[in-house]
Each structure stands twice: as C-alpha cells, then as structure tokens.
Design a protein around this ligand. Sequence first.
Ligand code: ATP
Ligand code: MG
Length: 358
Amino acid sequence: MPPKKYNIASIPADGIGIEVVAATIDVIEHLVKTLKTFEIEFTHFPWGTAYYKKTGEYLPDDALDVLRKFDACLFGAVGAPDVPDHISLWGLLLALRGPLQLYANVRPVRMFPGTRPRLADCKPSDIDWVLVRENSEGEYAGQGGRSHLHQPWETATEVAIFTRVGIERIMRFAFETARSRPRKFLTVVTKSNSMRNGMVLWDEIAREVARDFPDVTWDKMLVDAMTVRMVCKPASLDTIVGTNLHMDILSDLAAALAGSIGVAPSSNLDPTRRSPSIFEPVHGSAFDITGKGIANPVATIWSAGEMLRWIGEASAADVLMDALEQVCRNGVLTPDLGGTADTKSVAAAVSAEIEKIV
Ligand code: ATP
Ligand code: MG
C-alpha cells in the first residue's frame, strides 16, 4: 500500500508569519523525508494584507470551499501596521474560525528547555498547562453597534453571545482534555459575580457536564483571581477552560510566564472533524522584527507538531517535539530567548536533530 498522503493548506499571511511558516514547512518536509512513513503536500495561499491591498478583500469568495478540501491548515499571522487590527483580524482569521466552526482553541503551555522562568521561585515543572479557549462566540461574537456617531452621547454596544450549545460543547471538550492528562484536573474560569447572565450559564453548564466526568476533579475561578493564581500558585493548575475574551488574555499571560510568546503554539480545532482545523503560533505578525530573520520559529514548529498529532501522525509529532526540545536544550536560541541564532538556523538545527533521532 502506498504511504498515506495528507494535503495541508498553508496561509503564512503577514510579517514574521511568512518567515516562521517557511521555516516550519522546511522542517516538516525534512521530517517526512526522513521518516518515509507518510507524505504531506503543502498548498500555499497568498491571503494576507498584500492580497487585501490588491483585491480589497482578505479572502476570495470561495476560500471556505477551497479550504474544506484540505486535511488541515498551517497559518502564520495576520496584521500590518497600516491596516487597523480589527479589519485584518476579522478579514482573515476570524472569517475562517467562525464559519469553519473551529470552536476549540487549544493552547498548551510549558516551559521549554532553554527558556528562563519569569518567576524567581518557579520550577520548570510548575507550568504544564493546557488552556482551552471557547473560539466561536462570547465576547467576540461581533454583535453590537454604534449610534449617535461623534455626538457627546455616542453609544457603542459590544454584545457577548453565549449559547447552551456553544458552552456545552467547549465544556465537554475541556473535560475530555483534562481526562486525557495525568492529573485529570480542570479549572473553569468565569466572571459570574459581576456578569449575571452568560457567566452564570457557564457555571451551571460546568456543573451539569461535570456529572458525566466523575473521574475528573474540577474547580471554578473568577478570571481576576485566576491571574493571581497563575502567578502565585502555577503548580496548582493543569487544564483551564474559559471564554473567548478571558482565555485570550490569560493565554498571553501564560505564554509570558512560560518564557516567551515566541514559543507558544495554538490549535483551532473542529472536534467534530467536519472542517479542517487550523494550527498557528499564538504570536502576531510582529512588524518590529519582520525582515530581520530573527523570529523564533519554535511556536510554529510546535503548532505543526500539534497538527501532526491531530491528523493521526502522533509518532512523527513525538520525533518532531523531541528534536525541537533538544535544539533548545543545546542553546540554539533566537534573541527573544537570549540567544543569537536566526530563524533559519533554528529550523536547520531541528532538521539535523530529527536525523539523529530517527
Ligand atoms: P498582534 O497584533 O496579533 O498581537 P503583534 O504584531 O503585536 O501582533 P505580538 O505577537 O503581540 O505581535 O508580539 C509582541 C512582540 O513580541 C512583537 O512585537 C515581537 O517583538 C515579539 N515577538 C512576537 N513573536 C515573536 C517571535 N516568534 N519571535 C521573536 N519575537 C516575537
Ligand atoms: Mg500584540
């Protein structure tokens, strides 16, 4: 039988996204060539701010139909200094996450070898978390509007939408994630003291879903207190679930506590597997370092590792992660981690390490 072949869409988009996706594809192609157990074909899409400036749109009309034919998508970063962030974000990434119903955004956080802890008394083993972010509704539902423009009584509403279906599916996914990890422990983050509708529904559904997971221990935190717990008692946490806005903020804090945003991966998953899932670094397009060749590719390589796991190539993902960790342990680090290596030399070192492992 010929080896299984996967079709992956690549959307590097903007800024350092283009650099880290190119470096990651080199590594993945090297991994595939070395393992010889499956094949991957990358198809590149030029969607991003340059495309927007040419066509007036971030995505062509048939983008969703085109992407649905792929097994998964590797994404870089979107955003440019001369386009307002809400236009670029809604034009590309949010325009895909919503219609593809990629409702679970999963962000593993741990301290990578070679990264120094930000907290003086924090051991590397203290931070080993999986953050699960509701990715399809809530505060980023895009509902609301503005009236009385430019009047002193101008009003803007930003309406958070929470549905039973939306909360229940992310809660179930979070309990399942917690169950799959050794500690089987979930923390549910809300703000149900001051927000008395949607957040109370979150609390109620957490209690309901928990009944189906008697083997998972769980607790509940208000988001403000959660920031303190992440800093002061990091080892008390394992899997964490919360709303779109809350986990957007907490995952940046988590990435900073673990060392650098340059090593933070994320997966936008459709757990029903009807749509291709999208894998991307947590960081943005970072125009301050674009073109310098020094962007850290670790977050994107790790995201590609999560992608391999998701499409069913877990042992290839293990090889990739072992190689990545060894390279960091060897001190081949980009400047954000205190090193002097550039993007390409980190990628080349990972490829060389893969050959040693296989
Ligand atoms: P966004 O608007 O999407 O948040 P951004 O362009 O503001 O994107 P961030 O991802 O928020 O960039 O990153 C903030 C800063 O962290 C960047 O300006 C850059 O200096 C640094 N940074 C981000 N990603 C990396 C990386 N992969 N390697 C090195 N430094 C990075
Ligand atoms: Mg930013």
